[in-house]
Design a protein around this ligand. Structure first.
Ligand SMILES: C[S@@+](CC[C@H](N)C(=O)[O-])C[C@H]1O[C@@H](n2cnc3c(N)ncnc32)[C@H](O)[C@@H]1O
Length: 233
């Protein structure tokens, strides 16, 4: 994989999350006061994280989990509290540093390793569970499904990703976003219809050992994202 469009977007995301939006992202993922609009996003993200965590076994002792695109590490912190051995990886050195700082000193039975790099690096090894929360939503659908296939090759039990569902309202908001000056913008989110995503996944031979076990949409103000939970057949 690693198509030109994937590499290009990955570079933009690294710049955006590590520099352009690092402070805003640090604040959004903290308990500091934020605008009302951002508070809805924070709430939606909290619900999304909880939804993903709820789909994992309660007891994660001895299980390996990849937090793919971990950002400031909130999901990793909870997984490790439940006993998992976590590899938390992100493109952004600044966010990884913050994730390390924020990890509670006493965090339960598990352990976590933080790493700066690409979540698709095959050298990361294999995992019982892979979770990619909102870290594939900026890639084109084809690249996203390539990434799902690559992550699935290294997961033995479950793979959870989120995607930005394509709905008429979101398409309108997305187009309004395009009116803002280029320098102020985040790399575009690439909405995809759930039916299209399911079709693309069904067509991949590398995903034939997997079935889609469920999907939940979380909507809170300006935040809309949807899970896709895959389990081995
Ligand atoms: C919207 S943030 C979500 C962060 C975290 N999962 C959360 O929900 O708090 C997306 C993150 O994915 C990371 N990311 C995007 N593409 C990546 C890649 N190919 N490898 C590793 N991290 C990636 C970005 O650097 C960014 O921190």
């Amino acid at each position: 994989m690693n198509t030109t469009s994937y590499l290009q977007r990955r570079g933009q995301l690294e710049t955006y999350f590590d520099r352009t939006a690092a402070d805003a992202w640090a604040r959004l993922t903290s308990t500091a006061k934020v605008s009302r609009i951002r508070a809805t996003v924070r709430l939606g993200r909290d619900r999304m994280r909880q939804t993903l965590l709820d789909a994992l076994p309660r007891d994660l002792a001895g299980q390996r989990l990849l937090d793919a695109g971990c950002g400031t590490g909130a999901l990793s912190a909870e997984a490790v509290r439940r006993g998992a051995t976590v590899l938390a990886i992100d493109l952004s050195p600044n966010l990884i540093r913050l994730a390390e700082e924020r990890l509670p000193k006493t965090h339960g039975a598990g352990r976590v390793t933080f790493r700066v790099g690409d979540m698709l690096d095959p050298a990361l090894g294999s995992f019982d569970h892979v979770v990619a929360m909102d870290s594939l939503i900026h890639y084109r659908a084809g690249d996203m499904v390539d990434a799902i296939e690559a992550l699935a090759a290294r997961a033995t039990a479950t793979l959870q990703v989120t995607f930005a569902p394509k709905t008429p309202l979101l398409a309108a908001m997305h187009n309004v976003g395009r009116l803002f000056p280029r320098g102020d913008r985040a790399p575009a989110i690439e909405p995809v219809a759930e039916s299209a995503l399911r079709r693309l996944i069904a067509a991949r031979s590398g995903l034939s050992a997997w079935r889609i076990d469920g999907s939940e949409r979380i909507k809170s103000g300006f935040y809309t994202s949807q899970t896709l939970r895959l389990v081995r057949r």
